[in-house]
Every structure is written in structure tokens, then in C-alpha cells.
Design a protein around this ligand. Sequence first.
Ligand code: NAI
Ligand code: MG
Length: 371
Amino acid sequence: MADTQNLLLLPGDGIGPEVMAEVERFIAFFNKKSNKVKFDTDTDLAGGAAYDKHGVAITEEAMGKAHACSAILFGAVGGPKWDKVPYEHRPEAALLRIRKELDLFANLRPAICYPALAEASTLRREVVEGLDMLIIRELTGGVYFGEPKEIVTLENGEKRAVDTQVYTTHEIERITRVAFDLARTRGNKVHSAEKNNVMKTGVLWKEVVIDTHKKHGQGIELHHILADNCAMQLIRNPKQFDVIVTDNLFGDILSDAAAMMTGSLGMLPSASLGAPGNDGKRKAFYEPVHGSAPDIAGQGKANPIATIASFGMALRYSFGLVAEADMVDKAISNALAQGYRTGDIMQPNMRSVGTTEMGKAILGELERLVV
Ligand code: NAI
Ligand code: MG
């Protein structure tokens, strides 16, 4: 019997609905072809679209669905149309509310360099071609949230600014366990990046990672790396990495650096995961890294690959469908190798296509892989 998985689709604004429409083809494909899984989908409004209809960025009803579903697929929200709406109802409030209520503490950013796009990277082809790594960033703790966080005026009139980096055992342990769990669906290798040479949080981070590895890291090859060296190694030889786990601040920087190895914003998927529930399954939210791209919205030009690859991440990390996820990645790679290009990744002598044509080309490649 196939497992039934409830997917909540929140296409959002701008190009969000355009790229999500392509993902729906893939959902329908697996519903038809797979005997392992059946997707039950529900679609709701988020962001500006929800504000226009309901006066809020996301309704209570949609939040209820977000709590109940097995995974959320999100497009993008925002745009100039909503620049003047009250702050608490701005489109991004939908995203922030979901992140907060579902306690999505683990942010996943893969960096994949498809061979056909290796020339588009600023690094040499041999350095990036075939790159496939995953950065796991702690998202709800650390220096962005620690208290005190203030700017005070001193007696001599000078000002003094303070941010506080705080981590507890439990926060480090839970993100480390995500890294080990996910490494098992990939290359079984984890690098933990911190600065234990100069930071107390780094000392604790390393201790807890070592301890967690003893308890839950069977079969995982674990390395510790100083975060600054990690930045250097990412540029020098990114293919040495499989999974990198790190804190909020270092993860912010390292994931942006890794992102640039893969070319366009239109190529980058992401996921945010929470703690396992009673059924052992983690709350999960999948979205492209890009925004609603108002400059090209409604023109059928958007690159759907980031959103299709986000669905691929859901297959891999929420539903344990590793072979299927590999096939989606391979189908993207093959469509690119066939020369299909949306405007953002266009290269000389390639075949310029729109959103729908790209979605269909990738699905066509997937069909070839599955039969
Ligand atoms: P953006 O990511 O929407 O666009 C930046 C540039 O990249 C634009 O030139 C756009 O045309 C291009 N681009 C983005 N995605 C593309 C795709 N799939 N295919 C082809 N080209 C693509 O970022 P921007 O312009 O800073 O923000 C626009 C709106 O999106 C704002 O309202 C912003 O607040 C919102 N936003 C929403 C996010 C989300 O929902 N998670 C994330 C980032 C921005
Ligand atoms: Mg950033």
C-alpha cells in the first residue's frame, strides 16, 4: 500500500504561482506512477494574495493546515503592491509566522553544480563541476537572537553596541542530529564548523557534537573545522564536503558563499525542518531561495528549477524517497544538458525557454528515467 502524504501548497505572490504550477505536474506524475507514495494536496493563500482576500498574510485556517500536513511547499511572497500594508500584515509575516509556530530550527541549503552550468560559476569548471553538498544552519538561536542586544550611550558620550552569542546543549544537539539523519540519506560525512579557538559557544558546540556523535552518529564520518577555514576550503575545494552543520551566523555566511557556486538564484532550493513529532516525522517547509521577482512576474519567464528542486528535497528529506529525489535531480541535470535555459541562466547557442517549457522538459526527462 502506498503511503499517503498530505502536502500543503502555498504558491504566494508574483512568480510563486507560476513556478508552483510546474511542481504540480511532478506531484501528479508521482501520483500516477509511484506505488510507494500518494500525495494528497491542498492549496491556500499566503502573503499579499492572502492579504487582498482576507486582510491578513496567512489565515488561521491555513495555519491549521500548516500544522497538520506532512510538508509545506512554498513559492514566494511580497511585491511592490503591498509595500504600504500595515507592518504586521506585510507578506513576509506569513513566512515568519510559519517558521516560528512550527519551530523550524534547521535551515537546509544544498549547493549542487550541474555539469551543464559549470561554466556559469565564477570558479573554475574542475573545482565546481558535479558539486553536491548540503549546508545545515541553526536558524532560531545564536547571535541574532541572544540577549542583551542593544546600543547604549556611555558616560563619555561614546556608544557601545552589544550582540550576544548564546547556545545551549539542547539547541546544539538537535541541529547535530538533523545533520546526522540527513547525512545518512547522502554521503555519511559531516563537517561541524565553529570557532572553539576563540569562542565559548564554539567550545560547547564542539563538545556537544562529539557527544551526540557517540550517541547518535553511528556510521557517520565526523570532522571538526574552524568556520574561517571552512570558508576558505569552500572556495578552494568545495567537493571535499558532503554535509556542513553550523550555527546561525556562520551558516548565514557559508550558505551564501556556497550558493554562488551554482549560478543563478533561480536554481537554489531550500528547506527548513523542525523537531520530530510523536510520529517521528519532522515539521518541514520547502521553498526556493528566490523571492517573488515582480520584474518578471506574469510573463512566464521564471526559472522553475529552484522550486522543482525544493520538491525534490521534500521527497528526500520528508518522505524518504531517495531514489525518486535522485531522479528529479538527474532530470534537471539532463534537461540542462539538452540545452534548455530560462532567461536567468541563458548561455550562447542554448535553447531559450519559458517557465512551462522548462517544467515540461524536466518532466520529460523524468519520464525517460522512470520507465
Ligand atoms: P527576487 O529573488 O524576487 O529577485 C531578484 C532578481 O532575481 C530579480 O531580477 C528576479 O527577476 C530574478 N529572479 C528571482 N527568481 C528568479 C527565477 N526563479 N527565475 C528567473 N529570475 C529570477 O528578490 P527581490 O527582487 O529582492 O525581491 C522581490 C520581492 O520578493 C520583494 O517583495 C521581497 O520582499 C520578496 N522576497 C520574498 C522572499 C520569500 O518569499 N521567501 C525571499 C526574497 C525576497
Ligand atoms: Mg544571507
